[in-house]
Write a protein that binds this ligand. Structure first.
Ligand SMILES: [Zn+2]
Length: 90
């Protein structure tokens, strides 16, 4: 993937773009949202800042997530998600 850059920073970077913390390669769970749909994608390879938790995805990984999100393939599991409107606690 020469000449291709990740959407949010360079995934190979070992320093966080935001806080200069250390970025370590991990497998993460991503709440992937597009439109009104939400899919949870597990075991996604990402660089994770050990300080602020910012995640960095390689552009090819991001593209795969978009494909998975749009896919109608049978999911591995299904979660029920509650949507609530914010209101101040009294
Ligand atoms: Zn950071």
């Amino acid at each position: 993937m020469i000449g291709e850059h990740a959407r949010r920073g360079d995934a190979m970077s070992t320093e966080c773009y935001f806080c200069k913390g250390r970025v370590v390669q991990e497998k993460v769970k991503v709440d992937f949202r597009w439109g009104r749909k939400l899919k949870v994608i597990e075991d996604v390879p990402a660089g994770v800042c050990q300080q602020c938790g910012e995640k960095y995805f390689h552009s090819s990984v991001y593209k795969s997530m978009e494909k998975l999100a749009a896919s109608r393939a049978k999911p591995a599991a299904r979660l029920t998600v509650d949507v609530v409107r914010f209101r101040m606690a009294v």
